[in-house]
Design a binder for this molecule. Structure first.
Ligand code: ADP
Length: 481
């Protein structure tokens, strides 16, 4: 099949969260399966600075109508592997910036312009490059208007540009909501501005447009696919999603088995396998050392790696009482986010330096050491479309302690509920008492070495590879084209 993907993030070029990992693995695996895959990505500064970009070739200049302006851009191409071309949509005024969307906690004021430009540039390029894809697969709000731009251009030019469109919702909390006046940038017909179009409480909502007009919708875990149809998790779009529920399917994310493999991980001081876990002890010592904790600490070490936002349940940490105090346990946190959440973490950690270590910022290398060096991985998310860290941690023999939502519920089996299959600990979301109870259960499990070893072996043997997911996307494409 000829498949075009459009995404605002793509590992290894640019990543702020799970979207990058997912998009990167999907396109790579589809290419490996022999499909012809083109993926479009904004030409952000970090992407142009990536070593692969030094071999990028300039493919063509493009012109895009944005409101009453006509803006130019350039399309560059990178060919990282057979069957896969990454097209970069370059317009330095929009994308030559430090961050893809803005500083943490404050989005760029011109994000509507930037991503309408991106979407229209993708459609223009698909036409001019003669790609004629069977499927155009868009990810999240950044690419959500592409199905509409595509059909409008087909109508305008009386031309068949692409077969079917798919929109994947990686996180419904990000919708691309902008002032109503920005609708004019899209060039879409006025009838698409109403309630049955992009209109959203007096503003416009790009994700809503994609949900209404893509041929198929997917999301990243089975539980999340059910949750988003409810007011509690639907982020205001539950009604629109209910309208399209017959076209909504779930495909559980996988993990990149080459990047996340404790047997070969080059970021670890020592490697290890399920059969021989000696290297995990070395990772534990290295992590304790790096955090300034005594290397001979014998209790449980917990890790957290996340964006500091409400979603991740950061605000629950201060409710964990004396669990992270004195010599009971250690917590290693890595993350960054909005200043108010960073402050909560910083202040709470400062009161218990003997037990809690926090590193602020994005640090891929350290994230691998945390996954490997900890005994438990903590994810107290309020909602979690899929979540990746709980899968990484199982692969690294680090038992996940997770709230029972979305993909966390689908990928972690509770050890007490199902003793013969358990790989982690579940607790009720957004509930401090439940979190405390879960931490105590982790402590009890940690002391029961025999059960713990069984759980760790089970975790490490689970298959989280992308194969199953990508086969599911393939079947979906086949079904619709
Ligand atoms: P989300 O997409 O909601 O941020 P996921 O768990 O799906 O959450 O994916 C987050 C990804 O980003 C994981 O690969 C995680 O390890 C990574 N990540 C998050 N914060 C950091 C950080 N501060 N440093 C390194 N990697 C991080």
């Amino acid at each position: 099949m000829k498949i075009v993907h459009a995404t605002g993030e793509l590992f290894p070029y640019v990543k702020t969260g799970g979207l990058a990992d997912a998009a990167g693995s999907i396109v790579e695996t589809l290419a490996e399966y022999g499909h012809h895959v083109a993926v479009f990505l904004p030409g952000y500064r970090t992407v142009l600075e990536h070593p692969d970009a030094s071999a990028a070739t300039s493919v063509m200049s493009i012109g895009v109508e944005l409101g009453d302006e006509f803006l130019s851009g350039e399309i560059l191409a990178i060919k990282p592997r057979p069957n896969l071309t990454v097209y970069l949509v370059r317009r330095d005024e929009y994308f030559d910036r430090r961050h893809p969307y803005g500083r943490p906690g404050r989005d760029y004021d011109d994000n509507a312009q930037r991503f309408v430009f991106f979407g229209k540039a993708v459609v223009e390029s698909v036409i001019r490059l003669g790609l004629k894809p069977d499927v155009v697969h868009c990810h999240d709000w950044q690419a959500a208007l592409i199905p509409l731009f595509l059909r409008i251009e087909e109508r305008r030019r009386a031309l068949a540009v692409a077969g079917k469109t798919v929109l994947t919702i990686h996180n419904l909390a990000f919708q691309g909501i902008f002032p109503r006046k920005t609708f004019a940038l899209t060039g879409l017909p006025d009838e698409l501005l109403g309630m049955d179009g992009l209109e959203y409480y007096g503003q416009i909502n790009m994700l809503k447009g994609g949900i209404l007009f893509a041929d198929r919708l997917t999301t990243v875990s089975h539980t999340y696919a059910r949750e988003i149809l409810t007011p509690e998790f639907g982020c205001g779009l539950e009604g629109v999603l209910q309208l399209r529920s017959d076209d909504l399917v779930s495909v559980l994310n996988g993990i990149n088995p080459h990047v996340w493999n404790p047997a070969t991980d080059r970021h670890l001081p020592e490697n290890y396998t399920a059969a021989d876990r000696a290297g995990k002890k070395a990772c534990r010592r290295a992590l304790l050392r790096e955090c300034g904790f005594g290397e001979d600490f014998a209790g449980p070490i917990l890790g957290m790696i996340c964006r500091f936002t409400e979603q991740k349940g950061i605000h629950l940490l201060p409710g964990t009482g004396d669990f992270f105090q004195g010599d009971r346990a250690r917590l290693v946190v890595l993350g960054s986010g909005a200043p108010e959440y960073e402050r909560v973490v910083r202040e709470w950690a400062a009161e218990r330096p003997e037990a809690v270590h926090v590193a602020f910022g994005l640090d891929e290398v350290r994230s691998h050491l945390i996954e490997a060096g900890c005994d438990f991985f903590l994810m107290p998310s309020i909602f979690e479309p899929c979540g990746l860290n709980q899968m990484y941690s199982q692969r690294y023999g680090t038992v996940p302690v997770v709230s029972r939502v979305g993909g966390l519920a689908d990928t972690v089996t509770d050890v007490d509920a199902e003793p013969g299959q358990g790989t982690g600990i579940h607790f009720e979301p957004d509930d401090v008492d439940a979190l405390r109870g879960a931490l105590e259960r982790a402590e009890t499990l940690y002391r029961d070495r025999k059960t713990l070893n069984t759980v760790i072996s089970r975790c490490m043997k689970k298959d989280f590879s992308w194969r199953t997911a990508v086969r599911a996307y393939e079947s979906l494409y086949r079904e619709i084209i």
